[in-house]
Ligand binder design. Sequence first.
Ligand code: AMP
Ligand code: ZN
Length: 123
Amino acid sequence: MNQPAAHDPDCIFCKIVAGKIPSRKVYEDQELLAFHDINPWAPVHFLIIPKEHIESMAHAGARHEALLGRMMVLAPRLALEAGCNPGTAGGFRVLVNNGREGGQEVLHLHMHVMAGPRPWKRG
Ligand code: AMP
Ligand code: ZN
């Protein structure tokens, strides 16, 4: 088993990474996991997370630069695969909430990727 470098046994997203809580998987590699949001705001709404437990962007350091870059590059590709409409008329939204006042509920860094025809439930 490939155990990620850091994990928190009480963290819901670490439990998803470990397969202890089911998720509808969109993508997985050694470092990253993407899965559909359980409470979607938009026709397409999934989350990209690092497998490593990093609490938020405020907890990321220089050693995470490549990892965060990979998340950014992956988002448009997975959005298209998940049903995002291409081009200027389509597009997608990327959102990262950080800390309680930043709207973060799950304290494991995650990138929301939302897309699809409007109106959306939120956002
Ligand atoms: P945030 O407010 O940025 O922390 O967003 C957390 C997101 O995680 C919310 O959109 C939730 O709907 C989503 N979420 C919470 N638990 C799960 C789960 N078990 N599977 C998929 N998404 C989840
Ligand atoms: Zn975690």
